[in-house]
Design a protein around this ligand. Sequence first.
Ligand code: BGC
Length: 888
Amino acid sequence: MVSRFIIIILSALMSVTAFARVSTDALTTEMAVNPLGVENPAPRLSWKIITDRNNVKQTSYHILVASSPELLESSVGDVWDSGVVKSDQSTYVEYAGAPLRPATRYWWKVNVMTNKGKCGWSGPAMFQTGFPEGENSWDAEWIGGELPGDIPMEAVPARYLRKSFSIKQSPIKYASLYIVGLGLYEAYINGHRLGDGVLLQAPTEYFQSVRYDVHDIGEFLRNGNNTIGVTLGNGRHTPERMRTMRWFGFPRMYSRLEIVYADGSRQSIYSDSSWKMTVNGPIRANSEFDGEIYDARLEMSGWAENGYDDSSWSAAPVTGAPGGKFAYQLNPPIRIMDVVTPKSIKETSPGTYVLDMGQNMVGWLHSKFRGGKPGQQVNIRFAETLNPDGSLYIDNLRSAKPQDTYIFKGTGEESWAPRFTYHGFRYAEISGLDYAPSANEFMGMVVHDEMANTGSFSCSNDVINQIYKNARWGIRGNYRGMPTDCPQRDERLPWLGDRTTGAYGEAFPFGNHLFYAKWLVDIRSTQKINGGFPDIAPNYWDCFSDNMTWPAAYFTVADMIYAQYGDVEPIRKHYPAMKRWLDHMKKDYMDGYIIERDEHGDWCVPPERPDLIHTQDSTRITDGALLASSHLYYLSHLLAKFARLAGHENDVVSLLDDADKVKDAFNKRFFNFENGCYANNTVTSNLLPLRFGMVPEGYKEKVMQHIVDKTEKDFGGHISVGVMGVQHIMRGLSENGCLDLAYKIATNTDYPSWGYMAENGATTIWELWNGNTADPAMNSGNHVMLLGDLLIWEYSYLAGISNAEASYGYRRIKLKPYIPADLDHVECSYESIYGTIGSSWRKMGENGLEWNISIPANTTAEVWIPQKNGGYKVKNYKSGSYTIKTKI
Ligand code: BGC
């Protein structure tokens, strides 16, 4: 009896230990957790192996895909049973079962075997297929569009749409709402808000491509009668903004609600003229740029529920489609991702109060008000900085008028947050209350695209830590379904050039894979028939300048997704459009293998005078033809790499041939063989050919010396580059033996430097190196383009985490920390698609260095151990956690 008891305990313990020591986790389909509109007919399945043991490698996997959770539970893969596959592949395993049906849900799990034992079956994951990509009709009708009656154009109210319907008295297997709501929407079933996404739908070039969301609604449906309600906001498409922004039309929606019953039958409810609509609800005006007006007296209690009297509403007008092809929005929506509590509130003039959030943030205020009379109005205005007298400084917002207005219904305590606007602000000015509000009646709701926090970095230098913090705030504040340049003024545009290298640096702290995969589609959808790309995508300003440097982002972002996430799909998908663009630029602009045409130059170099936006000093300006032609060389090489990856090997030879000729012509034109520098010897003009591998044999050191001399002698060890140079400066210096100069640039606190921004009160990154003194005409306090390659440097050089040569997706990792003389320690981790990579080092007494590393299961690392002479000893490591002690 006793021995049986012991055996039971022992075996229970053993199974728990086995499970805890090696298990599978983080199941994703197309890199998303339980996505509901998968379009790929062969979705790619991935998992992570979680273990506390060293040297763990997958030896086989077994995947089951089932048509019901019950079948999966009993391990029946009626849709796909992969069988045991001997393979170490744990990411992007292509589904290879029976053809998947559209709008259908599937459940899957995986059993992984490793060299250290079985993982056992994983928990269940799920995915639902969408409608086939590009299919533009789900048998519904577009409703909304033109405004009824004479509504003033500056104040376009939200539309409220509703429909009641009855469903079968039969058990439901699952039910979904497929919906496009443009510009912005919120949907409800029986009064329940669907999902916690805000500012839905992600912006696209609506004439070419439109995203749809899928909401899981089964739990909100009830037998018999049900009601769906949708509110539509303008987003950025207000008639008021039409003067400066391209106009995509009035808000409208298209939806199909689909119920799949347990018996397999389906019922669909479509958007059409049987829906009712009103514009007489509480949201009286709304615009992303100019705020929201909310009249609480007009609230329509129960409007999205059964039994609401909608007799005064009109039939929803049927309207035209925007024209773009439908695609599922795989990237997670914008959500409230954080809450900031205000630091202080001050009365700046009688009855006017200014709230300080302590942080330049993006989102809105959630406010609690007390005791207002019906019709009494509270205004909230927003700004990034203050005038010396404590009032809001709004000159840099240009024509944007970010003001929210709340009109009391008069029921005592009233709380409110806007829905269809957002603001970039640190300060909010509140007026119209009869009492002095206290700071704790307000909360700053931080909104941006939902993304995993995949990285953490800190070190012994406070300046670097503060800049890193500012960078994170800046990056998250500019994720708005697309990467924007700024979140506050009348622009908020997805400029390509701002993210060419930025997207890569951002990919350490933020899991931005799906976000940028979506943006690549936005970029492609703006391509002209002649192959040209605009500078902005979606192209709200209709800005086609046909330059080489801004559209480069289309290439480098695809490359980043490949390098960081191991996903080659974007390269395959976009290769034809990339090739078309490069062919166009060569055909229309290349002369003697040089492209003269350029638009932005080395945008925003630090100017010589505090008030200037752009430098007027010709010795700081890099020749546009040099920028364009060096990019021609660089992008030709990148495209040749893509050609190999995407199965277009035939293109490789001619791409590289042309690139060689570009290099020759470039060096003839710009290189001064006598003194070993490029053009007028700006740091940028030397740095780009150096990093792109264009410098003639034997001259690299000379070119580097010019970069160092210019930086040290002419700029006192400070940055002298703009958006072009800053993408390469930190890596360029560090790779070429000037780590200490890179470190100085990273830690400077006087002008111009990132530290100067922080020193002068920035809690984000400025658009201009002299953002505290420059002309407000173009001077945002929350831009990320000047970050350049700083974050890459922190993760890949200071902490030393990168892909080993020829590896991608961190399957084979290189760990090689650079140890600056002035730094004592670095703590860093990065969550790769295989698991957590860690690299934290600390100097110990007497030249000692202790370095803790972790290498995820199913990967290996090439570990560069710092040595006394400044060199490294390279060792191969299997997965696991290790402490390395060395002398430096
Ligand atoms: C934007 C920048 C952009 C630039 C290009 C500015 O107005 O804010 O982010 O790259 O224009 O001209």
